[in-house]
Design a protein around this ligand. Structure first.
Ligand code: SF4
Length: 387
């Protein structure tokens, strides 16, 4: 039995770093460069310090696992990709009741033309939610990626989000200055210039929380599936911190919203292991050879991804290439997408015509569960994607 205060002092923290849940712990594991503290025989670490060297430096106290029972609602930002699935399945492992969980999917193309996202993604997410009997709510910026990209002396568009009882709510779009983009987001970890992640996902999710009174006076956990292994920038994310929509100390109204990244320390193997254990049929793009599923034409796409997109979605590919010409501004510095595709080699998986049909269809008609689960073609493969 260990006392959390003495452990926290031993790694250079003060009392202010004590977690809310201060009960005694029964297991302490010291690794070469990490400490794990376990509350019960259930090996769920309360604190994990890793990849920071030894002895660990004082860290943000929010590298902790929250007390899941303490939340009224748990929202999983659900892209349909493997990491958001693993985050959801981890909640099932932890015994979180289904009626506390909501999946939220941010539609990158919004209500505009299909341009960036996989056509099948929205329906795949819907069928996944139906299978697990959890609600799914969609949210988007009006006009989606394309309207924001083509903005010319205009304000950024409004945001729309679905709700359980009040239908679809629209907010924003009236304040701020007019300005012009007419270019693709920059391939950067800096979200100020990589505007797609900020404008089409992060802001949309926060706006949907802030504008629903049902979260006021309640405790809400907002979950996203970033992993440290994906990039240097993501390795520096906190595992647990107040969400940007949090208002726990508000004067007129309070809203407690924590942001948790439950699989931040997981490896890709762990992600596939939990998906296999639950026999989930991965998003069709994984079967085609993509190692990460984000937008089909993600600005971070590798040469092989561009070569593959050109074959299976030629119209979308040409549209993007034409916009690069029109803007005089390419997605990647010094090379346009046609040159990138020329240098790449298409994935073998796109020879599977049935899977291509499924990926570019707006209806997902394959099973969510597989009886004979095998690793998809793209697992441990080309993982180009947002950093
Ligand atoms: S997946 Fe790529 S293109 Fe799509 S929003 Fe994220 S960074 Fe932008």
């Amino acid at each position: 039995m260990y006392d959390q205060r003495s452990i926290i002092h031993s790694v250079g923290w003060s009392d202010g770093h004590l977690p809310r849940n201060r009960g005694p712990v029964t297991h302490l594991a010291l690794h070469q460069n990490s400490i794990s503290i376990f509350k019960t025989m259930n090996p769920r670490p309360l604190l994990i310090h890793s990849h920071y060297g030894w002895p660990p430096k004082p860290l943000n106290p929010y590298h902790m696992t929250p007390d899941l029972d303490s939340y009224d609602t748990i929202i999983v930002a659900f892209s349909g990709g493997k990491d958001s699935q693993a985050s959801f399945l981890h909640l099932l492992d932890e015994g979180v009741p289904h009626d506390k969980i909501e999946l939220w999917h941010h539609c990158i193309d919004g209500d505009g033309d299909r341009f960036m996202d996989w056509p099948v993604t929205e329906d795949y997410c819907r069928k996944f939610a139906e299978f697990w009997n959890v609600p799914i709510y969609y949210s988007w910026k009006t006009g989606g990626f394309k309207r924001e990209m083509l903005r010319e002396n205009q304000k950024t568009a409004s945001i729309k989000f679905e709700t359980p009882n009040d239908g679809t709510i629209e907010t924003g779009g009236t304040r701020g200055n007019n300005s012009t983009r007419r270019k693709f987001p920059q391939v950067s970890a800096n979200l100020n210039v990589r505007w797609c992640s900020a404008y089409l996902k992060i802001d949309v999710g926060a706006c949907a929380v802030r504008n629903q009174p049902r979260f006021e006076g309640k405790r809400t956990l907002f979950i996203t599936g970033e992993r440290a292994q994906e990039s240097k920038a993501r390795a520096n994310y906190n595992t647990l911190e107040p969400h940007r929509s949090d208002l726990r100390n508000g004067k007129r109204k309070q809203r407690h919203v924590d942001h948790w990244r439950p699989i931040h320390q997981w490896t890709e193997s762990q992600v596939w292991e939990i998906i296999e254990r639950y026999s989930v049929n991965p998003h069709p793009a994984y079967h085609l050879g993509w190692g990460r599923v984000s937008c089909a034409t993600c600005i971070f796409a590798s040469e092989d991804q561009w070569a593959s997109v050109r074959e299976i979605m030629p119209d979308t590919f040409d549209e993007i290439a034409d916009y690069e010409d029109e803007f005089g501004f390419t997605i990647r510095q010094n090379k346009n997408v046609r040159e990138l595709a020329d240098r790449g080699q298409s994935f073998d998986g796109i020879q599977n015509a049935e899977m291509v049909r499924q990926a570019v269809s707006e209806t997902y008609d394959q099973p969510i569960m597989l009886t004979n689960w095998t690793l998809p073609e793209g697992a441990f493969g080309d993982s180009a994607g947002p950093s």
